[in-house]
Design a protein around this ligand. Structure first.
Ligand code: ATP
Ligand code: MG
Length: 184
């Protein structure tokens, strides 16, 4: 299994100054008052894993992840997030698997879009998305439950709730194929 070991942020949302979070094995909790940036940390994780929808990151444009300034600080033009993965068990996809530690970096420049690197070498967004899809953590995986999602699940109609459970169990595609077979 790939383990997250460290998250570094600079210029990402409210994290204007470089910040580093060490992620030890086991359960990690992030606590703090309202508005201190807890959700921004989770969004940084989602973003570095290759999220392509600004809406999933509470923005309208992808540039919205860049520090937008406050009354006392000017905005930035670059945001960068690096997630370090412990790959000592060598379970990464073949092209990355030789390294014991993988540093995945996504950098966005205002008006120019994103660039990705793995251990300093430029890669495609797709390579990063696949790396995490294989590790079943991906930006859109059901393993990421965002704020409000639990409430939405509780209030959902039984059919919607069932669809979510089936997605989590990985049998959603099975139903689609059965439906196709029955209507033929
Ligand atoms: P809660 O406990 O209410 O869920 P939280 O700790 O999850 O709060 P976040 O939603 O992560 O807080 O952080 C919100 C803060 O981040 C707000 O103060 C907002 O102004 C700031 N913020 C978000 N995007 C940017 C940006 N692009 N530039 C500067 N600040 C930003
Ligand atoms: Mg929050």
């Amino acid at each position: 299994m790939l383990h997250f070991s460290r998250l570094r942020l600079v210029g990402f949302k409210s994290f204007v100054e470089p910040a580093e979070l060490i992620i030890d094995p086991g359960l990690t909790g992030v606590v703090g008052p309202n508005g201190c940036g807890k959700s921004n940390v989770v969004e940084a994780l989602r973003w570095v894993m290759g999220e392509t929808s600004a809406r999933q990151l509470r923005g309208t444009d992808m540039d919205d992840v860049i520090f937008g300034g406050t009354t006392t600080r000017p905005p930035r033009n670059v945001a960068e997030v690096t997630i370090s993965l412990d790959n000592r068990e060598h379970t990464a996809p073949p092209q990355f698997d030789a390294a014991e530690e993988l540093d995945i970096t996504r950098r966005i420049t205002r008006g120019e879009g994103s660039a990705y690197k793995v251990n300093g070498k430029e890669v495609r967004a797709r390579d990063v998305q696949l790396l995490f899809a294989d590790a079943a953590t991906g930006a859109r995986s059901t393993a990421m439950v965002s704020q409000g999602r639990v409430g939405a699940l509780i209030n959902a109609k039984p059919a919607q709730r069932r669809a979510l459970l089936e997605e989590a169990a990985g049998i959603g595609g099975l139903h689609t194929r059965r439906h196709e077979a029955e209507t033929r």
